[in-house]
Design a protein around this ligand. Sequence first.
Ligand SMILES: O=P(O)(O)OC[C@H]1O[C@H](OP(=O)(O)OP(=O)(O)O)[C@H](O)[C@@H]1O
Ligand SMILES: Nc1ncnc2[nH]cnc12
Length: 170
Amino acid sequence: MDLYKYIKDVPDFPKQGVVFKDITPLLSNPEALNFATTSLLNSIENKKIDKVIGIESRGFFFAPLLARELNAGFIPVRKSGKLPSKVAQETYDLEYGTDTLEIHEDAISKGDKVLIHDDVLATGGTAEAVCKLIEKLGGEIVQCNFLLELDFLQGSKKLSNYKVTSLLHY
Ligand SMILES: O=P(O)(O)OC[C@H]1O[C@H](OP(=O)(O)OP(=O)(O)O)[C@H](O)[C@@H]1O
Ligand SMILES: Nc1ncnc2[nH]cnc12
């Protein structure tokens, strides 16, 4: 199945010069959603995963689906101020700004095998910050898994210590 036809280019969103990759057509089509979920699962080499991390917001679409299939827990990494208990935090650069991400300190146990999932790998700033958070808490990153990657932004360079897979490349 050709998933590329379910990704819509939206020029100049959220700011001038950025071509936004909108995945909502893929999410709204049952066959594409199912095929993308299965393909993301198939791209996970070592399926012994304790925790699947989803990165707010768009990482939340697939991460719980993957966690269910892997018999793993789902852990949200959220933008600052959203999680109620004690958090670890990292600030990072985006293709269009900066942001801070947080995770509950007790969400990861030492030695947990962790899969990180997000919809898009762009500059890699977000995923790199999340890798730092997981390692700070003693987790072992097994793989970073994305629906799509903007190859020209070279985000995977920031993740060169990890196994990185993306279903679609631009
Ligand atoms: O590789 P990077 O350059 O760090 O960019 C990738 C991140 O940017 C987008 O999130 P965004 O911050 O736009 O938030 P959203 O998921 O809430 O829309 C996307 O969902 C990734 O999390
Ligand atoms: N161009 C882009 N499209 C969609 N999500 C993104 N996250 C960072 N850059 C993006």
